[in-house]
Every structure is written in C-alpha cells, then in structure tokens.
Design a protein around this ligand. Structure first.
Ligand SMILES: [Zn+2]
Length: 427
C-alpha cells in the first residue's frame, strides 16, 4: 500500500473501528481470522479439493503460518487431480529460497507457483497416465491472497463493501482468443466437433485430444500445447477483509460471480458453501461435478453479520459491510476506504522466459546451478550443454531465463512447439 493511501485511509478508520470492534480500533490486527466451509455434489466423481489451514513458512514457528485452499477438477480420469492434490504444494514451496523473510517469501511466491505447477506436470507426465486436471490454488498469508490457476475453476473475491472481482482467468478455448492463438502457434488445432455430415457442434476444442481447456496439469496425450503455466494474481485485502469463493465449473456454468457472492452474503462460510452449491443446482440441475470452497478472511473471530436490518443499532455497520447505499456522504467515503483491495501482482503469460525472471541462481561457493523449475542441482559442465543462453553460447538464440536442467529445458521447448519432432523455428 502506498504511503498516500495509508495516510488517506487512516482518519476514517477510527470511527469505523468503533463500529466494527476493538481489533480494528487498536490496529493490532496483524493476522486476520480465516474461516472456511466446503460443499460438493458429485456427478462424475472427478473433483478434488485441498484444505490446509495450518501451513508454516518456518516449520515449528506458528507466527509464520499461512493457509492453502485448492480445487482440482479432473477430466478423463482422476489420477492427475489426485497427483496434483498430493504434490503441488510441496513442489511450490521447494521453489522458494530458504531463509526468506515474510516479504521476500510473498514476493517469491508467484514465480514459485509457476515452477511448482510445471514441476508437478513433468512428474505426472513421467507416470505415463492420461488424465488431466484444472487447478485453482489459493495461498493466504495475513491479508495477502495469491491465486494461481490453470483451467476453468474460478476464484472470486467478495470484498467487504460489496465489490465482486475475479481472481482467475478462464483458460477455455471458447472464451479466450489469446489462448486460441497460442495453442495454434505451438502446433495444436482449434475447432469444434464435426458430426452430422460436417456440422460443427459443441464448444471449441483443441486437436488432437478434443479438450476444451488450453491449460491444465496432465493431459500428456493431448499435446504439449496444453500447458501447466498458471495465471497468477496477488492482492492485499484491507483490514476489513473479504470472502473468497473457489469452485469448479459446475458452479460457474450455472451462476455468475455476482450471483454466487450474493446468494450467500452474510452467512458463515460453512453454510455459505452449501448455499452456493444449492443455488447452482436449483438453476441448472446436477450436470457436472460441483465443488465449492468458501473462505472468509476477517478481522474478528465473530461470524459475519447477516445482511438484514434487525435492529437500528446494526444498520450502519451492516450497510458498511455489505455495501448498501447510505444517505450519508461521509459514510460513503468510509465505505470506499473499507473496500480498498490493493493489487500486488498479476501475470498470465504462457512463456516461461517471462515468468521465471532472469536471475541466475548460481551458488557461487560450490559453482553449482539449480534448475529454476525442479530445483535439482547440476554442476556447470552439464548446464553448458543444455542452456543456449547468452551466458553460455552467444551465437545461438538467447534463452533469457534462469538455468534449467535438461528435462525442464525439453519441457519448455515442447510447450512452445519446439519439440524434437518439430523443426526449431527461431525468429
Ligand atoms: Zn529441472
């Protein structure tokens, strides 16, 4: 948060704090309370989820705690969803330099998420199985929320103040022209199913494989142009907090972000998750696996007040929390201050060179290179043969990223349509 915003926000927080409670007034709220609920209805049984409210940046130190919530919507089988659920978190954490301060840790997280997603995909590929999965992976540390996603399981943020925003991007070929171009450029074909004497039906799919998504973990058999590189967004909530709704497309095919947020406002997370699933079912029936996680990041331990108007005393508070219009212009100013969500980071490129940065993680003491994706150490002699970056071989096409081992370098080339079966096109 910039200095200007802080100084502008501080004065209105004092009267507001009297309404919301002791925690806000004292401004000692270093960590919010995280309350969550989950609900699901299975049709195919391919949705999986992960709830880990008790992770620690420094093992054994509770003051470094953070929480992780994720949804994995599998297709063509369940093995990719299960594999990602069991391995992704560890792979992400292994890509964050040890001994990082909290701030460094949060800054390193978007890049570590990219490395962890790609590493998990490579490991799953090596098992030789054919299923795939969407992943929407949410890390909450204090008021900072980081979301990484491939596929079409969305995460929305309902910030206190009533503004609903999308923290993910749908990697659906039908909705995403940029992804259609990328898939085509890296060797896939995009089109609809041809049936009934040449008539095209259904959503846009990529061929071979016929998948409607352009990014996922798994889908080895579909093609390397289906990449596991996540869209990553990092935001910082105001100390008024907010609610996350993370759900598979069974919810989002039935409900808009606004509808989902409104259907459960004011209810505790556990009940809210059930209500969102019920609402989706009511409007569309059970057509797909439907999984919903609701996560409240709130300044006080008390459950959120319902958006009703039971007693006069609660009216001002309720309208502030739930964004109802008030007559008083002073209150409106407070409302906008409460609703501030600061965007810290957003990047969705499918090019690893743009996602991994340009640092060269060479351990100067040992002279050993560490692969930026799988974190395997290699002596520089091996690195020389695989990295055609300017550092090693000025004549060839520069790879402006950090060191990659042979396996990860191959994966990178394959994702960009430069696999061994295709001639390398250098522009
Ligand atoms: Zn590697």
């Amino acid at each position: 948060m910039s200095q200007i915003e802080v100084s502008r926000m501080k004065p209105p927080l004092v009267p507001l704090a009297t309404l919301i409670g002791r925690e806000l007034r004292s401004e000692k709220v270093e960590k919010p309370f995280v309350k969550y609920g989950q609900a699901a209805l299975a049709k195919k049984g391919e949705d999986y989820f992960l709830i880990k409210p008790d992770c620690q940046r420094i093992p054994g130190n509770p003051s470094t705690s953070f929480s992780v919530f994720a949804i994995f919507d599998g297709h063509n089988g369940i093995s990719a969803a299960i594999f990602a659920k069991e391995n992704l978190l560890a792979n992400v954490l292994s890509a964050i330099p040890q001994g990082s301060s909290r701030e460094e840790w949060l800054q390193a997280l978007p890049r570590a998420l990219v490395a962890g997603f790609v590493k998990t995909d490579i490991e799953f590929q090596q098992k030789g199985e054919t299923s795939g999965t969407t992943v929407t992976f949410v890390v909450i540390d204090g008021w900072t929320v980081t979301v990484a996603s491939v596929g079409d399981s969305r995460c929305i943020l309902d910030s206190q103040g009533g503004e609903v925003s999308l923290l993910t991007v749908d990697h659906r070929l039908d909705d995403n022209a940029e992804e259609r171009e990328r898939v085509t450029a890296s060797g896939g074909e995009v089109g609809r199913l041809n049936v009934f004497g040449g008539n095209e039906v259904g959503p846009l799919r990529c061929w071979p494989g016929g998948l409607c998504l352009s990014r996922s973990i798994g889908d080895t058999d579909v093609g390397e142009f289906i990449v596991p590189i996540p869209h990553v967004k990092q935001v910082k909530l105001s100390s008024a907090g907010g609610r996350l709704i993370i759900a598979s497309d069974g919810i989002w095919d039935a409900l808009s972000s606004d509808m989902a947020a409104k259907s459960c406002r004011g209810l505790p997370a556990e009940l809210a998750a059930k209500l969102v699933v019920k609402e989706a079912l009511r409007s569309r029936g059970l057509k797909d696996d439907t999984t919903c996680l609701v996560v409240d990041i709130i300044p006080s331990d008390h459950p959120v007040l319902p958006p009703t108007t039971p007693r006069k005393k609660q009216n001002v508070l309720t309208s502030l929390l739930f964004g109802k219009k008030t007559q008083n212009s002073v209150n409106k100013a407070k409302l906008s201050a409460v609703g501030v969500v600061e965007e810290l980071f957003e990047e969705g490129s499918a090019m690893l060179a743009e996602r991994l940065g340009k640092d060269f993680p060479l351990d100067t003491n040992s002279g050993i290179f560490r692969c930026a994706i799988c974190q395997v150490d290699q002596p520089p002699a091996d690195g020389l043969s695989v990295n055609s970056g300017p550092f090693f071989s000025p004549a060839s096409k520069p790879w402006e990223g950090p060191f990659l081992c042979t396996t990860c370098r191959k994966k990178k080339d394959a994702m960009e349509g430069k696999g061994p079966s295709r001639p390398t096109v250098i522009s």
